[in-house]
Design a protein around this ligand. Structure first.
Ligand SMILES: NC(=O)c1ccc[n+]([C@@H]2O[C@H](COP(=O)([O-])OP(=O)(O)OC[C@H]3O[C@@H](n4cnc5c(N)ncnc54)[C@H](O)[C@@H]3O)[C@@H](O)[C@H]2O)c1
Length: 307
């Protein structure tokens, strides 16, 4: 996400500074024209300095769900402690807006779908706790100090640039790598679990609108498509995008696989931000597959599968 957002901002002529400890991020993902500072959001002094020099803050730094489940304390320090550092710095520097990137994980297993922003939140993982903690801090800083925050709750973002060599990469790049290499794709459980897959450019657009729209202050927005897709369907569609057969292997579910259905209602972002996702799953997967096949990963995964 961060690479795509930075590319878009640099393309629009913005001066962009990226703070990343490269825990999962790669320096190569940062486009020319943006400055990368390698450091952590847990470093309060560094955060203070960087935020003071900028007028807009996009807060994407996070330990992801897999890292978080393995090490909740580390997650707490980055996802909650880091967010608090950024908000305190933003308050001191009086920034124009801070956009916090939250997750549809905060809904857990919803009682009804599509999920609205004000539906019940059910926290089934340490990651969901920490992402909501960050959101709650944003709302509290907006209410207590008038800090202009806005939160977006992303649902399963995918797209070009999501590297399969990252052990924490999303399901789309994992399946792309497997199908391309002629390996079976591994599906945890029966494959009927559903998600709302969001193309990265659509998520970037919603994030930018949350940064500039006057009505976004103090608000939380779902960012998805409103379309529910099962993991089995996703695997099939990836086969179509690559023009290759898909062999599925069902394996045991993991401790993070405790959410059965997810699809979010995006009417609030449509209405208040005038945002509508533009990219359908088949077009998004085709663009992601084309990127993947042209990237250095394609040959590498095929060689690893057939040395
Ligand atoms: N991709 C998705 O499907 C999705 C869904 C819901 C929410 N989100 C949220 O969107 C944001 C971006 O997600 P992404 O998919 O690009 O994830 P990602 O893991 O690729 O990006 C997170 C970035 O934060 C960096 N980071 C981690 N700990 C840090 C620290 N202590 N200090 C500085 N940088 C640190 C990582 O190196 C990485 O570059 C995250 O906040 C994530 O929780 C993403």
């Amino acid at each position: 996400m961060g690479g795509a957002l930075t590319r878009r901002l640099v393309g629009a002529g913005a001066r962009v500074t990226v703070l990343d400890d490269l825990f999962t991020g790669q320096a190569e993902s940062i486009p020319t024209g943006a400055e990368l500072i390698v450091g952590s959001v847990t470093d309060r002094q560094l955060v203070d300095e960087l935020v003071a020099a900028n007028s807009l803050v996009f807060h994407l730094a996070a330990r992801n769900i897999i890292a978080s489940t393995a090490n909740p304390h580390d997650d707490f320090e980055t996802n909650i402690g880091g967010t608090l550092n950024i908000l305190l710095a933003a308050k001191k520097a009086r920034v124009d807006r801070i956009v916090y990137t939250s997750s549809a994980s905060v809904y857990g297993n919803p009682r009804s779908i599509p999920i609205n922003e004000d539906d019940q939140l059910v926290l089934l993982s340490p990651y969901a706790v920490s992402k909501l903690g960050g959101e709650n801090y944003c709302t509290a800083f907006y209410e207590s100090y008038g800090l202009p925050t806005a939160c977006v709750r992303y649902s399963n973002v995918y797209g070009p640039g999501q590297r399969p060599d990252n052990p924490y990469c999303g399901v789309v790049s994992k399946f792309l790598a497997d199908v391309h290499a002629g390996r079976p794709v591994s599906i945890h459980g029966d494959g009927e679990q559903t998600r709302d897959y969001t193309f990265v450019d659509d998520a970037v657009e919603a994030t930018l609108l949350a940064a500039i729209h006057p009505r976004a202050e103090g608000e939380v927005f779902n960012v998805g498509t409103g379309i529910e897709t099962s993991v089995s369907t996703l695997a099939r569609e990836i086969g179509v995008a690559l023009g290759k057969p898909v062999d599925v292997r069902h394996i045991d579910r993991r401790d993070i696989d405790n959410i059965r259905r997810r699809v979010v209602n995006i009417e609030k972002a449509r209405r208040m931000l005038r945002w509508t996702p533009q990219v359908t799953l088949d077009r998004g997967l085709a663009a992601t597959a084309a990127w993947f096949v042209d990237s250095s990963f394609a040959e590498a995964v095929r060689e690893a599968a057939h040395p």
